[in-house]
Design a protein around this ligand. Structure first.
Ligand code: FNR
Length: 346
């Protein structure tokens, strides 16, 4: 019997440490769970058309994302409730990401203050939801800018929060105050103030860019025409994402959506990223070949944080990088930027 791949052991090992409601919250999708179930198999469905007789003795995975150098095009997606995975939560996540010389997305619902995150010196991107009371969004944005966020990731797939069909205790029953929403501005906010804005249009991209002075990355795009609208409105990047299957259930797999999106914005300066179900070097390679500049991983980083704190997160990123390096050699390509769509069979 061979040894099990470490990444494949993570979720079960995390499940042993986490309260049942938290494990379910991390892993679940919305509604019937169709999109979450399909995400990884959609990447595995691609086939490669490798080159042979190319010199692959030197492979270099390093690249930049919005100008920030990274050791490999594998970044960590923003997610909530990281203090349920590790007492140091987002801080431990950021330190682990920093040791792998990558970039971390930080949720606007994070349980760690932006100032503490900024003090780590690890490059981080603020993920933001625009809520109905714009004053809340503005104050959060200003605090993140002050703390050195390098980009604003605007999540646009959440005009309303996806329906989770929980049976029994939920994460909200077990979470302690302080484990999330550490950056909510002080104030007497009502549920309506805090509800997601459902009237957003592309002009919000320019508003965010102007207010923050930072590049804006739009997260949750699944169509070429919408990607074009984001580009025209001044976005610096987009993340092809269905929120890990946690918003519209039955939304197209990101593996399927990526080629159309990449084609729609080819030739513009927009950087295209993708997330959802990416678990192996082969998946990363397919994403890069189909037009992504980098990928984000969500749940695997939560499992790695639970199991091994910062070191676990570093190991996850370096293991995926090692697999990507190996796979690049097998398709006969030396750098991510030399990957082309013809390497993937449709
Ligand atoms: C998320 N995701 C998410 N996205 C976002 O924009 N803001 C957020 O606060 C959160 N929170 C969150 C919590 C949990 C528990 C999960 C699993 C995910 C979505 C995340 O950024 C990313 O899009 C997906 O997780 C990517 O899919 P995989 O890699 O988890 O399959």
């Amino acid at each position: 019997m061979g040894r099990m791949r470490w990444i494949d052991t993570l979720e079960d090992a995390a499940a042993e440490k986490l309260p049942e409601a938290v494990h379910r919250y991390f892993r679940q999708g919305s509604a019937g769970g169709v999109s979450v179930a399909e995400a990884t198999s959609a990447w595995s469905a691609y086939r490669f058309r490798p080159h042979v007789l190319n010199d692959v003795s030197t492979v270099d995975l390093s690249t930049t994302v919005l100008g920030t150098p990274v050791d490999a095009p594998i970044l960590v997606a923003p997610s909530t409730m990281q203090r349920m995975a590790d007492p140091d939560g987002e801080l431990a996540m950021a330190r682990g990401v920093g040791a792998a010389k990558s970039v971390v997305g930080v949720s606007s619902n994070a349980g760690t203050s932006f100032a503490d995150l900024g003090a780590t010196g690890v490059p981080w991107w603020l993920q933001i939801y625009i809520v109905r009371n714009r004053e809340i969004t503005v104050q959060m944005l200003d605090a993140a800018v002050e703390a050195g966020a390098r980009a604003v990731v605007l999540t646009v797939d959440t005009p309303v929060v996806g329906r989770k069909e929980d049976d029994g205790e939920t994460v909200w029953d077990v979470a302690q105050p302080g484990q999330f929403l550490a950056n909510l501005p002080v104030g007497e906010w009502t549920d309506d103030d805090l509800a997601k804005a459902d009237d957003l249009t592309p002009d919000v991209i320019g508003w965010l860019a102007e207010r923050s002075g930072l590049p804006v990355v739009v997260k949750g795009v699944l169509r070429g025409d919408d990607a074009k609208r984001c580009a025209d409105a001044g976005a610096a990047g987009i993340i092809v994402s269905n929120h890990g299957g946690r918003q519209l259930d039955g939304s197209i797999a990101t593996a399927q959506a990526l080629p159309e999106v990449a084609e729609a914005v080819a030739g513009s300066n927009l950087e295209v990223y993708v997330d959802g179900g990416i678990r192996r070097g082969e998946h990363v390679l397919a994403a890069l070949a189909l037009g992504a500049r980098a990928v984000f991983v969500g749940r695997p980083a939560l499992w790695a944080l639970t199991v091994g704190s910062s070191d676990g997160v570093t190991r996850l990123l370096t293991d995926l990088g090692t697999e990507l390096d190996h796979t690049l050699r097998l398709v006969g390509v030396s750098t991510p930027s030399s990957l082309t769509p013809d390497l993937v069979a449709h």
